[in-house]
Design a protein around this ligand. Structure first.
Ligand code: PMP
Length: 437
């Protein structure tokens, strides 16, 4: 077995001790804690391209990419330049700007199902607002979501939620009232019959069905053949607003997101991450008649002091424009991520582990189980102890993975074949170390 010496993380450890004194759990978002894998979080100093540098000077090949936004790698010149150019004109007006119009036009161009769009400041705001609009539009109260899908931390979504809520074992969060919970119906992912049953048991009461069309938040799980079309048909038949939460998949799996990749048109779409290029931005949009319900055009209230922020739109426009003008990068991302996924699968097989590696485009997950993973129940069969050992072994070798089994990994255009070779070497050593092979 090959093991490497532990990294020097002394500055990170000191900062974490201070952080715990002042910030709940020492982090500003639970997924950043290393609870699921052991050890302390690494505090970052800077990043460029595919590489992160921490406060102790250690360097890591980054497979998180800020949980999705950095599709062009860290600190791409075109985005930095746009931000630099925007800064001297003031950081916020609280009044309309030209860039908000340009951003809306760009989003519509790339995601044609969106006829009108509203900018917000996070993915959480986008999904919370979309559900309110769907309820206002239909005059119905209930919503269907899927076990293991995460849609931000809005009350109504913290029922059988994925990501950090899953890893920390608090899917039903204290503070969410029974009144809110009773309007959220949850069903297993990739099971059309289950959805049908719930819709029929709640006839004319379901306002919206929301899902990640490709799930990132229970680890990467792809929709089964015909599943998305089946959901589309059910929603059309029952007058339910179909919402694709493309906060992760938007502008990543294709320019037009998962809906373009699978050829399914939702009624509404929620966006985040990539549209801000790393700045705090979200958006929700969809059919004109639905979006006309939003204030001040309509009666469903939703607002934001910093929404459409001039710096955020500068970064977002720069990144989206680049993606729009370089469609070939999606083919490249797919090829290089397939190399990573295939290579990992092969290493696990050679070691007799036969782990399941799911991949769609530039997103992938290595599940520490030999069974196929189609839903949350499958994902939970993973050996999370072994995953934790693997995570630490990879970190020691300068590979920065998500510190939890139930997360997707993101590949950026800064990933090269040489870096994939480096990853695969570390993967083989770490798999052996994690399993004592
Ligand atoms: N929806 C999905 C699919 C997400 O992955 C996330 C965040 N990971 C959110 C919504 C919430 O976005 P934010 O963290 O920006 O509030």
């Amino acid at each position: 077995s090959t093991s490497t010496p532990e990294l020097n993380l002394s500055t990170s450890d000191t900062l974490f001790t201070r952080a715990k004194e002042h910030i709940p759990g020492g982090v500003n978002s639970p997924v950043r804690a290393f609870r699921a894998v052991g050890g302390h979080p690494v505090f970052m100093q800077s990043a460029k391209g595919a590489w992160l540098t921490d406060v102790d000077g250690n360097r890591y090949l980054d497979f998180i990419n800020s949980w999705g936004p950095m599709i062009l790698g860290h600190a791409p010149e075109i985005v930095l330049e746009a931000v630099h150019k925007a800064i001297p004109s003031s950081l916020s007006f609280g009044a309309p700007t030209r860039r908000e119009v340009e951003m809306a036009e760009l989003i519509k161009l790339m995601v044609p199902s969106i006829e009108k769009v509203r900018l917000v400041n996070s993915g959480t705001e986008a999904t919370m607002s979309a559900i309110r609009v769907a309820r206002g539009y239909t005059g119905r109260n209930k919503m269907i979501k899927f076990e293991g899908c995460y849609h931000g931390h809005g009350d109504a979504f913290l029922i059988a939620a994925g990501s950090g809520a899953l890893t920390l074992g608090t899917p039903d969060s204290p503070g969410v009232t029974a009144g809110v919970a009773q309007d959220t119906l949850t069903v297993p992912y990739n099971d059309l019959a289950a959805v049908k049953q719930v819709i029929e048991a709640n006839k004319d009461q379901v306002a919206a069905l929301i899902l990640e069309p490709v799930v990132g938040n229970m680890g990467l799980v792809a929709p089964a053949a015909g599943y998305l079309q089946g959901l589309r048909d059910l929603c059309t038949e029952h007058g339910i607003v179909l919402i694709f939460d493309e906060v992760m998949t938007g502008f990543r799996l294709a320019r037009g997101g998962a809906q373009e990749l699978y050829g399914i048109t939702p009624d509404m779409t929620t966006l985040g991450k990539i549209i801000g290029g790393g700045m705090p931005v979200g958006a929700y949009g969809g059919r004109r008649d639905i979006m006309e319900c939003v204030a001040p055009a309509g009666k469903v209230y939703q607002a934001g002091t910093l929404s459409g922020n001039p710096i955020a739109t500068a970064a977002g426009i720069a990144q989206l424009t680049y993606l729009q003008e370089h469609p070939e990068l999606y083919t490249d991302l797919d090829r290089i991520t397939t190399r990573i996924a295939d290579g990992t699968r092969q290493i696990a097989a050679e070691l007799g582990l036969h782990y399941t590696v799911n991949q769609v485009g530039s997103m992938f997950s290595v599940f520490f189980t030999a069974e196929p993973v189609h839903n949350l129940e499958d994902a939970k069969k993973s050996d999370t102890e072994a995953f934790g050992r693997y995570f630490r072994a990879m970190l020691n070798r300068g590979i920065y993975l998500a510190p939890a089994q139930y997360e997707a990994l993101f590949v950026s255009t800064a990933m090269t074949d040489d870096l994939v070779d480096m990853y695969l070497t570390a993967c083989r050593e770490s798999m052996r170390e994690a399993h004592g092979l």
